[in-house]
Design a protein around this ligand. Structure first.
Ligand SMILES: Nc1ncnc2c1ncn2[C@@H]1O[C@H](COP(=O)(O)OP(=O)(O)OP(=O)(O)O)[C@@H](O)[C@H]1O
Length: 235
């Protein structure tokens, strides 16, 4: 029956991932200083892909990520999230904790796996982010772009399928920026377990890479629109 219904690759993907969802319904959150950061905010991630949010300083983007990842709870409204989330920040040094690539990834891996399988999982994640064979490499010898790749590998090792990326390329040169954008996009297109990525950016040209872009303003998020459309509006 499904074969009759499924007419495109995208629809096939949607069916495989229909159990995955992120939905915020009228979510409000005020910090204890009285600042209202989210104000009846709605958001849906429609399918795996690269989804970008732009907005001025203080519009509530980082607070949104804290709410989605469960670090804080909404005072009003509902968040439904069946994804396993992983956060990525501007500065990878804030999240890479151990001396070598392999030992850092070991920290993110499920601990109930036999050691040999863990090693395979780590090597496969390193390969997927273009760092094949670099498990023994000391982290302090990596470039900024390689460190962001390692942070991505860490999310893959932990089986996360929703990446919350808070300006992940802000400290990178244009070449590394492009390679991280392309890498995240390719992870969102991979045949097995494609990820969903919610990416905050202040770099308008990055919108060219996304599957949908939305503007955040005063604690609310607008509708998804094509990245190039929002890019032109902002120019
Ligand atoms: N821990 C906190 N305690 C009190 N107020 C906070 C806290 N974190 C954020 N805020 C306030 O909440 C509002 C939204 O901040 P948030 O960091 O979510 O915005 P943002 O869109 O991520 O900004 P930026 O682009 O500068 O990172 C701001 O007015 C900010 O001052």
């Amino acid at each position: 029956m499904n074969e009759l219904r499924v007419s495109s690759e995208k629809e096939k993907q949607d069916l495989e991932h229909e159990d995955l969802a992120l939905e915020l319904v009228k979510v409000s959150f005020s910090w204890n200083t009285g600042t209202k950061a989210l104000d009846q905010c709605n958001l849906v991630i429609p399918r795996p892909g690269l989804w970008m949010i732009v907005g001025c300083n203080g519009s509530g983007k980082s607070t949104l990520f804290r709410l989605i990842s469960g670090m804080i709870k909404p005072q009003k409204g509902e968040i439904q999230c069946s994804y396993k989330t992983a956060l990525m920040f501007q500065n990878p040094d804030h999240q890479l904790l151990l001396p070598s690539c392999g030992s850092d990834l070991m920290l993110s891996a499920p601990q109930d796996q036999p050691r040999e399988e863990l090693r395979e999982r780590i090597n496969s994640a390193l390969q997927q982010v273009g760092l094949a064979g670099m498990a023994p490499r000391p982290i302090h010898t990596l470039s900024g772009g390689q460190k962001q790749r390692l942070a991505l590998a860490s999310a893959l090792v932990s089986n996360s399928n929703l990446l919350l990326l808070d300006e992940p390329t802000a400290l990178l040169d244009p070449l590394s920026q492009k390679s991280i954008l392309e890498l995240v996009k390719s992870l969102s297109r991979r045949a097995k377990n494609p990820i969903s990525a919610l990416w905050i950016t202040h770099l308008i040209q990055e919108l060219a890479y996304c599957d949908g872009a939305a503007m955040m303003k005063n604690g609310r998020i607008g509708n998804w629109q094509p990245g190039h459309e929002l890019m032109n509006n902002l120019k």
